[in-house]
Design a protein around this ligand. Structure first.
Ligand code: SF4
Length: 344
C-alpha cells in the first residue's frame, strides 16, 4: 500500500462529535464547498459519476407506516400492490440497465422484511444480475442474520437500508419500528460481509440539528457505509408527509441547505460513494452541479425511482456532457475502493 493510500486511510474518522458536524454545517458556504471538494478529489476521480439503476421488484402493500412512502398500506397514494416480479423479468430489466451504461443495479421490494419463502427467488435474482457483470444492491427491509448470510453467499454486493433521519426525528416519521431496528439490520449486513448502503431523506420537516444527527449517525458507525444516498423528499399526495408539507414553506428543502448536507456527508465519510437520489428531478442543473462539487459522485438514472419520478437518462446524459463529466465505468473503480473495498 502506498503512502498516499495509507494517509487517506488514517484520515477516516468514526469518532465525529455532533458539535463538529454542526460546525461544518455552519461554515460559510464557499469554505464548506472548498473543503468538501478538496476531500472529494483526494479520494475519488472528481469528474466521474457512478450511474445506478433502481428497479422496484415488488411494489406497494407494505405494512410499515413510513410517512414519506407511497408504498405503505397507510398511504392513499393510488400505488397498487404487486407480487414479487418474475426472476426472468428482473434479469431482462438488468440487461437493459447495463446496456444503458449502469454500473450498479439496485432492486427494491416493499416489505417490512423478506419472508424465508421469498429468499430462493431473491437469491436467483442476485446470482443472475451478478453474472451479467453488474454490481448488485438490494433493499428488502429488515433482515435476520441468516438472511443476510444467504444474500452474501449469493454474491450480493450491497444492501441498502436507510436510517432516514436523526434518531430523534425518526420516531416522528415512522412508528412501526424503531431506529435501533435499522442499526441492527445494518449490523447483520456488515457481519455477513456485504457492503452497506445507508442514507436518508432531507426536507421532511426536520431541523438542521436533525440533519446533523443524521450525518452523525452514519459517520460514527463502526465502519462508514460504502454508499450514502442523500434524498430530498418528494412529497407524494396521499402520504402523511406529502399531505402535511404540501403548500407549506417546508415542502421543498432549500437548495443550499441540501448542498450543505451533501458536503457534510463527503467531509465526514471521505471514501463513501455519496449518491444524489430522490428529489433530483426537481433540482436545477446548477444545484446538481453544486452537489457534484460538494462531493456527490453517484446518481440514479432512468425515469423512475421505485414509484417516484426521476430525472431520466436523456437529461442525465445532457447534464453530464454539459459539465464535462463522465460515467464511472464498472471496471474502473473509484480510488476509494482501491483502499477499502476492492470489490467496488
Ligand atoms: S419505505 Fe420501505 S418499509 Fe417504509 S413503507 Fe415504504 S416500502 Fe415499506
Amino acid at each position: 500500500m502506498g503512502s498516499i493510500e495509507m494517509e487517506t486511510m488514517l484520515s477516516i474518522r468514526t469518532d465525529w462529535s455532533r458539535e463538529e458536524i454542526a460546525e461544518l454545517f455552519d461554515l460559510p458556504f464557499t469554505e464548506l464547498l472548498f473543503r468538501a471538494a478538496t476531500i472529494h478529489r483526494e479520494n475519488h476521480p472528481p469528474e466521474q459519476i457512478q450511474l445506478c439503476t433502481l428497479l422496484s421488484i415488488k411494489t406497494g402493500g407494505c405494512p410499515e407506516d413510513c410517512g414519506y412512502c407511497s408504498q405503505s398500506v397507510k398511504a392513499h397514494s393510488g400505488v397498487e400492490a404487486t407480487k414479487l416480479m418474475d426472476v426472468q423479468a428482473v434479469l431482462q430489466r438488468a440487461a437493459q440497465a447495463k446496456d444503458a451504461g449502469s454500473q450498479r443495479f439496485c432492486m427494491g421490494a416493499a416489505w417490512r422484511n423478506p419472508k424465508d419463502r421469498d429468499m430462493p427467488a431473491i437469491v436467483e435474482i442476485v446470482k443472475g444480475v451478478s453474472d451479467m457483470g453488474l454490481e448488485t444492491c438490494m433493499t428488502l427491509g429488515m433482515l435476520e442474520p441468516h438472511q443476510a448470510e444467504m444474500l452474501a453467499e449469493a454474491g450480493l454486493d450491497y444492501y441498502n437500508h436507510n436510517i432516514d433521519s436523526s434518531p430523534e426525528y425518526y420516531e416522528r416519521v415512522i412508528s412501526t419500528r424503531d431506529f435501533q431496528c435499522r442499526l441492527d439490520t445494518l449490523g447483520h449486513v456488515r457481519s455477513a460481509g456485504i457492503n452497506v448502503c445507508s442514507g436518508g431523506i432531507v426536507g421532511m420537516g426536520e431541523t438542521r440539528d436533525d440533519r446533523v444527527g443524521f450525518i452523525h449517525t452514519l459517520a460514527t458507525l463502526p465502519e462508514h457505509p460504502e454508499s450514502v444516498p442523500v434524498n430530498a423528499l418528494v412529497p407524494v399526495k396521499g402520504t402523511v408527509l406529502g399531505d402535511m408539507l404540501a403548500d407549506t414553506p417546508m415542502a421543498k428543502i432549500d437548495d443550499i441547505e441540501f448542498v450543505r448536507t451533501v458536503a457534510a456527508a463527503r467531509i465526514t465519510m471521505p471514501m463513501s460513494m455519496v449518491r444524489l437520489s430522490a428529489g433530483r428531478e426537481s433540482m436545477s442543473e446548477a444545484t446538481q452541479a453544486l452537489c457534484f462539487l460538494a462531493g456527490a459522485n453517484s446518481i440514479f438514472t432512468g425515469d423512475k425511482l421505485l414509484t417516484a419520478p426521476n430525472a431520466g437518462d436523456d437529461s442525465d446524459g445532457a447534464l453530464l456532457a454539459k459539465l464535462g463529466m463522465t460515467a464511472l465505468q464498472g471496471d474502473e473503480p473509484a480510488r476509494a475502493c482501491k483502499v477499502s473495498e476492492p470489490a467496488e
